[in-house]
Design a protein. Structure first.
Length: 436
């Protein structure tokens, strides 16, 4: 069995000029397995992961076998390829890698642009799902839509676009219109698309693309969400004929995502798939979505949220203020990738009214990915220029930061945010103290 982590680490994560050439090659090699799967394709700046989890769990609750392809992973690569909430085994993943390696070598020898990590992962996922004879695949885009390697698929059952905002602007474009055009790339001819209405410009791009491709578009309007309430356990709402839905995820944005899934369920039911309301209700009431406002520890209270761009940070602030508005004793542990708009993210965090007395702890990442992160010293210097007088800023390692949280005031609320890629490090640091 090969070293999976070592193998994947040898490939670039993305390229500035993406094409579908490599995916076309791999689908030729594997007899176009992409055309033999029932796929629900999910794109969006934020909310993709929640959408994949909700759709998958609704279908699983109704007795279907469901393949999920998601990124990034939190602990192991295997998490990216999953059937009925069980990750692909090391043995199965290793066997698939050994099988594809000669094809990767052949392609790389004959093309100037080499195969990327995501192209390999997408191919392995599609092949694995086909061989396991899953009933559905919920396929999450990696970046954008139009040129994303998941967009090799031609006939999705449904395309879902969760949101459109600013992220990866160096690749997707500097305006919402350009980004919307990229996301709209997953809208396919003679299929169906579900989208939550945004501003007029974005809506026009989505509707125009759908009309041009004879695609049936289902717009969701926020006014269709009724009877909303929330407590620390559930968010409750009604959407069309779905009454008193209880959602086990926090934040109003998750309700929007749930409505996208409920609308998609209505489409699937009209297509003849048996999906029952009682199972839908059960799935949403019991949904688990790691690293999204996830409580990692109770005393002290440590909450992880992988918000990694400006729209996600705004959603995080909204969610924090829903549940902890009256608690201003806040600590933020922050790591951000270099390719993100880290100045804009910090500005939102430090200028938030209810963060006026918060502490901001910038983490020195010391693992193998440290070169991908903004140095803590640089984040500290930016924060020092824009912080309020009562805000305090620090530089620490993961272990120092978590150790201090356990020693200090237990009434403080602690949020770790900025990147999904440090989830494993924080889990490890907490475990090192709680296992003592």
């Amino acid at each position: 069995m090969i070293d999976i982590e070592k193998f994947f680490s040898g490939f670039l994560n993305m390229t500035k000029n993406p094409t579908l050439d490599a995916m076309k090659f791999f689908m030729d090699v594997y007899d176009h397995v992409d055309e033999k799967l029932k796929i629900i394709h999910v794109a969006g700046t934020n909310g993709k992961g929640a959408c994949v989890e909700m759709m998958a769990n609704i279908l699983i609750a109704n007795g279907y076998s469901v393949g999920k392809f998601m990124s990034p992973h939190l602990i192991k690569y295997n998490e990216r390829i999953n059937i009925n909430n069980e990750d692909i085994s090391d043995l199965d993943l290793s066997d698939l890698i050994i099988e594809i390696m000669p094809h990767i070598d052949f392609y790389n020898q004959n093309h100037e642009r080499k195969v990327t990590l995501f192209e390999i992962e997408t191919t392995l996922a599609l092949v694995y799902f086909y061989r396991k004879k899953v009933d559905f695949v919920i396929l999450e885009t990696g970046l954008g839509g139009l040129h994303d390697c998941t967009n090799i698929i031609k006939n999705p059952l449904i395309s879902i676009i969760t949101s459109i905002g600013f992220d990866h602007v160096n690749i997707l474009g500097n305006s919402l219109v350009e980004i919307a055009q990229q996301k709209a790339g997953i809208i396919k001819k003679n299929s169906r698309t579900v989208f939550f209405e945004q501003n007029e410009q974005v809506n026009k791009i989505i509707s125009g693309t759908a009309q041009g491709r004879q695609n049936k578009l289902f717009f969701i309007n926020k006014n269709e969400i009724r009877n909303y309430s929330f407590d620390f356990d559930y968010q409750k709402f009604s959407y069309k004929d779905f009454k008193n839905v209880m959602l086990n995820l926090k934040g109003k944005n998750q309700v929007k995502i749930a409505c996208l899934c409920l609308e998609s369920v209505k489409i699937l039911r009209r297509m003849g798939y048996k999906i029952y309301k009682k199972n839908i209700v059960h799935a949403l009431k019991n949904i688990v979505h790691r690293a999204r406002f996830e409580i990692l520890n109770q005393e002290p209270l440590i909450i992880f949220d992988g918000a990694h761009n400006k729209p996600a940070i705004k959603n995080l602030m909204s969610t924090i203020n829903m549940y902890y508005k009256n608690n201003l004793a806040r600590n933020y542990l922050i790591c951000i990738l270099k390719r993100k708009d880290y100045f804009g993210m910090l500005k939102i965090l430090l200028e938030e009214e209810y963060n006026s007395r918060a502490n901001f702890i910038f983490i020195n990442v010391n693992n193998g990915q440290k070169d991908f992160f903004v140095p803590a010293k640089e984040l500290y210097e930016i924060a020092n220029e824009i912080k309020h007088p009562e805000q305090k800023i620090y530089i620490k390692t993961f272990d120092e930061a978590i150790d201090d949280l356990f020693k200090n005031n237990k009434e403080q609320i602690n949020f770790a945010t900025g990147s999904f890629y440090v989830y494993g490090e924080i889990i490890r640091a907490i475990k090192a103290l709680t296992d003592l």
